[in-house]
Design a protein around this ligand. Structure first.
Ligand SMILES: [Zn+2]
Length: 150
């Protein structure tokens, strides 16, 4: 069991959010793309896919690539959406990247075929967008929720 830091409700570990108040639960998640201890990292971003409940928790001391793996081209994005993709949702192999900035984590669309939409606004290719906690991002038609830890 764990206890919500906000409303103090007890809940089973492994859930994505507090069943009482909905606070996002970081939990015992593995931080990808970093050699540092979690406690040493300031910029941590979680990507949650509501459709599958899949999550990635990412440290931003390096760039994080978002897309689909392509063994033929030796492309292995840290956030590999292959298993979340189908012909309909249009995630590109090199769709977007996430990196640290002085103001916080930014998301950059890499001129993807079907684009990146944040809270219903399409991103212009290669224009960095400063992510906010709770943003809803669509890679093509695939919805991802974003949570920031600081
Ligand atoms: Zn709660």
């Amino acid at each position: 069991m764990a206890t919500c830091s906000d409303c103090r409700t007890d809940y089973l570990t492994g859930v994505l959010s507090c069943p009482e108040c909905g606070l996002f639960v970081w939990g015992d998640t593995i931080v990808l793309n970093s050699d540092k201890e979690v406690t040493d990292i300031s910029g941590i971003v979680a990507f949650i896919i509501p459709k599958s409940d899949r999550r990635w928790v990412l440290a931003l001391d390096n760039e994080v690539n978002i897309g689909r793996a392509d063994p033929d081209k030796d492309l292995w994005p840290e956030v590999d959406l292959t298993s979340e993709s189908d012909a309909l949702n249009g995630v590109s192999r090199q769709h977007a990247l996430l990196r640290h900035s002085d103001h916080g984590p930014v998301l950059v669309d890499l001129d993807s075929m079907n684009g990146t939409i944040i809270n219903d606004f399409p991103l212009s290719p290669f224009q960095p967008y400063l992510l906010q906690n709770g943003d809803r991002v669509q890679f093509g038609d695939l919805l991802v929720k974003v949570y920031l830890k600081n």
